[in-house]
Design a binder for this molecule. Structure first.
Ligand code: UDP
Ligand code: MN
Length: 502
């Protein structure tokens, strides 16, 4: 795993910054003979490619940035292939995006640009659908309105779709630095996600790496979302994006699950490159986490079968009464039935085998002790490997997972093989302090097994000692977590999982 391009999950946004190609890809095998930059240049494409409609969506974007995207697509797309550009204004209140924008594009590119105005904010998901409705070419490309297109970006994408209309094509994404507008080339990556359905760049599949051909399409389980190209009618047939999703997030993962489960595919095309400004702050909402969670639950309920429990677990919320209204998913379930799509298990095995599966979970969530009301078990500072008690807040540092084997894990789910998993609570029999260790590093496996029943003690199977709370003046909040001779303290955990068949 030397050529990692995995970016950590974050709650601030979903396009992670990645290392540049030159430093990051030293270890990636390069096809013998030619430097890889020539591979894409040497490809040839059919003459009779279908035309594309390019859709940009925006809300309160800078006018100059939108125009930059428009100029770039005009300048770097052969004119006979670019049928139209569709600008979807998702109800911006910025005045320069009204008359000034209209006037500029109509003068500069007469007849080429259509502008669609939403008279209320629809969110990025329905804004993209509006763009699709206005499009008339056989192929449609969807982009954020702060991108630049590299030379030759469209031909490989159209070729792959012409060969097979069920392919969703993702141009490889590079970064435009938001403060200098310098383009930074990223390592070639697939697009994955964690169980919270936040996306991240992941290492391409092993067979792609083994091939050593940097121009070959990269199978990808999902998409980052700021750039994708699809056959217009096929996109309609498989149900566009989920129009019940609001504002931001989740739609990019849902489309990945859906296209694979319903007989299509998704791939990153390294020879088709689009650069995107990674912003540090959204100019529209500051609560996109809430919408990402809500939209993730829709995807989970429709596509993930029994694995949906993993999404609830990742967000550390109960499955019954999660406190989030994700709306009505019945039409999306009907769509899945109509298209006769495969199971999520099939998708995991065939498309996203790097996902870590937590089917042995019996309970999860916040864990409280009757002696310390308002306090929860917490993984504490990541470096110091000590579980602590901390005021309950329900975030993932207080996610406790108890498995049918008796393992107690604290902290956010590792989710994929690309990231370390949450640590195991251990009674090593030495002092009175329980520790957190990488589960595979525990020398005597018995040290990580506990008996835990609801409203009962937590007992180490190895030492017979109990996990308990001790009042102590010199501990944080006056509470210390210890392992000691059982005195009858009781613990409560929030959520129980009932698993059906898989
Ligand atoms: N967007 C929109 N309506 C919304 C939210 C976002 O049209 O309610 C657009 C936004 O202008 C951008 C795209 O959706 O073109 C993706 O959003 P953003 O670039 O903020 O997400 P990021 O790329 O930072 O994850
Ligand atoms: Mn963006």
């Amino acid at each position: 795993m030397k050529n990692m391009v995995i970016m950590p999950n974050s709650v601030t946004g979903y396009h992670w910054t990645g290392p540049s190609l030159t430093t990051d890809q030293k270890n990636v095998p390069v096809a013998a003979g030619l430097p890889k930059i020539f591979w894409c240049k040497q490809m040839t494409y059919p003459d009779d490619l279908p035309q594309i409609s390019v859709v940009f969506i925006f809300v309160n974007e800078a006018l100059s940035v939108i125009l930059r995207s428009v100029h770039s697509v005009v300048n770097h797309t052969p004119s006979h292939l670019l049928k139209e550009i569709i600008l979807v204004d998702d109800n911006s209140d910025n005045v320069e995006l009204k008359f000034n924008l209209d006037q500029y594009v109509n003068k500069r590119y007469p007849g080429l640009v259509k502008i669609v105005r939403n008279n209320k904010r629809e969110g990025l998901i329905r804004a993209r659908i509006q763009g699709w409705k206005a499009a008339t070419s056989p192929v449609v490309g969807f982009f954020d309105a702060h991108v630049e297109f590299n030379i030759g970006w469209v031909e490989p994408a159209l070729t792959r779709i012409k060969e097979d209309r069920k392919r969703i094509i993702l141009p490889a994404i590079d970064n435009i630095k938001y403060n200098t507008f310098e383009v930074q080339q990223y390592a070639n990556a697939a697009h994955g996600y964690n169980w919270g359905l936040w996306c991240m760049y992941i290492i391409p599949p092993q067979d792609w790496l083994d091939k050593g051909d940097e121009s070959a399409p990269i199978r990808t389980p999902a998409m980052i979302g700021c750039s994708f190209v699809v056959d217009r009618e096929y996109f309609g047939e498989i149900g566009l994006l989920d129009p019940g999703m609001e504002v931001y997030g989740g739609e990019n993962i849902e489309l990945g699950m859906r296209v694979w489960q319903c007989g299509g595919s998704m791939e990153v095309l390294p020879c088709s490159r689009v650069a995107h400004i990674e912003r540090t702050k959204k100019p529209y909402n500051n609560d996109i986490d809430y919408y990402a969670k809500r939209n993730a639950l829709r995807a989970a309920e429709v596509w993930m079968d029994d694995f949906k429990s993993h999404v609830y677990m990742a967000w550390n919320i109960p499955m019954a009464n999660p406190g989030v209204d994700f709306g009505d998913v019945s039409e999306r379930i009907a769509l899945r039935q109509r298209l006769q799509c495969r199971s999520f298990k099939w998708y995991l095995e065939n498309v996203y085998p790097e996902m870590r599966i937590y089917n042995n979970t019996v309970t999860y969530g916040e864990v409280r002790n009757s002696k310390a009301s308002g306090y929860c078990l917490d993984q504490g500072a990541e470096e110091d490997d000590k579980a602590i008690l901390y005021p309950c807040h329900g975030m993932s540092s207080q996610l406790v997972r108890y498995s049918s084997e008796g393992v107690l894990q604290l902290g956010p789910l590792g989710s994929t093989a690309f990231l370390p998993d949450s640590k195991c609570l251990v009674d090593d029999g030495k002092g009175r302090t329980p520790t957190l260790k990488k589960c595979e590093d525990v020398l005597r496996p018995a040290q990580r097994f506990w008996d835990f029943t609801q409203n009962g003690p937590i007992i180490s199977r190895d030492t017979g000692r109990c996990l308990e709370v001790e009042m102590s003046k010199d501990a944080n909040f006056g509470l210390r977590l210890v392992v000691q001779r059982c005195s009858g303290q009781k613990w409560m955990i929030r959520n129980w999982i009932k698993h059906g068949r898989h």
